[in-house]
Design a protein around this ligand. Sequence first.
Ligand SMILES: Nc1ncnc2c1ncn2[C@@H]1O[C@H](COP(=O)(O)OP(=O)(O)OP(=O)(O)O)[C@@H](O)[C@H]1O
Length: 232
Amino acid sequence: MLSLSDLTLHYGHSQILYDISMEARPGAVTCLMGTNGVGKTSLLKAISGTHARSGGAMVLDGADIARTTPAHALARAGVGYVPQGRDIFPLMTVKENLETGYACLPKSDWGIPDETFELFPILKQFLARRGGDLSGGQQQQLAIARALIAQPKLLLLDEPTEGIQPNIIKQIGEVIKYLRQKGDMAIILVEQFFDFAYDLGDHFVALERGRVIHNAPKADTPREVLLKKVSV
Ligand SMILES: Nc1ncnc2c1ncn2[C@@H]1O[C@H](COP(=O)(O)OP(=O)(O)OP(=O)(O)O)[C@@H](O)[C@H]1O
């Protein structure tokens, strides 16, 4: 589904990512881990086209993705991005926020699928409420639901548990498991909540100062070894 080889990224003259090679497969959760500032968000920005990589190759679903492909083209190509901090539209209603996902779809596919409310029942109850009036956890659910409306092939989740109460973290974990078992979507999860990530992950990539220091399936990733690699 997604394959990166030797990806590099700069902000101005500062190099942040060095020779990143990794894959994300459909029906699997690939966890991207590491301490603060190692470059996890920057890598998701490169994959989503939010910040162009400086070099290296990216193949999505068999197609070479040019280095400067913009975010809206990648969204149309099947990349769903739930950024850190969620970025929902606070003055728009829940329904309007969900409808922004239509931008990636042909008009014939416009509509909020029943699955959205099966996965996130609270959103049905709050359809007319402004996004900014939801709790942090509800906003996170809205951000994930909005990304799913666009029917992504690759879902990028940046710290979905950050600042969220335990019962909603549990619900988000269940949603990720459900999406994985459907088998057609690749999921990349950036997560600092170690137990949440280790429980969900099928494959683990750890970064240190912008470089990959671990890239292996769960069977070859003992808990204690990974914990050591991603702890300060
Ligand atoms: N827009 C930017 N301009 C310059 N430097 C940046 C920019 N965004 C991030 N950085 C720097 O790039 C490095 C990697 O940041 P990034 O946010 O990708 O790390 P991270 O692993 O996601 O960290 P966190 O867990 O804190 O979100 C950090 O040193 C950060 O200060």
